[in-house]
Write a protein that binds this ligand. Structure first.
Ligand code: ZN
Length: 151
């Protein structure tokens, strides 16, 4: 099972990211939620959407279903792509305020932090739906990335 969040980490633009000293509480919550869904076949990735310290919704990677929005933004010439947690939460949440933030966690089986930067397609989808920043893990560092450039 491949995970798009692993394939696309090489182009981190460090002009748009800042290192956080510790994991924000919503990243911990996403980590806890995701860990509950781990099984021996799949890593589990959870995305938690928040605005001004208020949780708006959550989404999960799903290996059984796809969604037209996923196909629109994936843009890899595939006719079927399983829905990513980031797209899942967008499809579930109405009236996303401008400046919302998305927290993405992908715990490993030992509950340590896996890399969880959204793929390029999800970054664009998020930016076009009022999300201004993504907060994720890269090489055991907690990162907040300004994604407004993808609008
Ligand atoms: Zn994605």
């Amino acid at each position: 099972m491949t995970d798009c969040t692993i394939r696309n980490i090489e182009y981190l633009d460090f002009g748009k990211v800042k290192l956080l000293e510790k994991a924000p509480k919503f990243l911990f919550k996403a980590h806890e939620l995701a860990y509950n869904f781990i099984n021996d076949k799949h890593y589990s990735l959870t995305a938690l959407l928040a605005y001004n310290n208020r949780k708006l919704g959550e989404g999960f990677n799903n290996y059984d279903t796809t969604h037209p929005m996923q196909l629109k933004f994936s843009n890899r010439g595939e006719n079927r792509q399983f829905i990513h947690a980031e797209i899942h939460v967008l499809t579930k949440t109405r009236n996303i305020p401008v400046g919302s933030k998305l927290y993405i966690a992908r715990p490993k089986c030992d509950k340590s932090w896996g890399n969880s930067r959204p793929c390029a397609g999800c970054m664009v989808a998020l930016a076009k739906n009022n999300v201004s920043h993504t907060i994720y893990v890269h090489s055991n560092k907690f990162i907040e990335e300004d994604i407004r450039q993808y609008r």
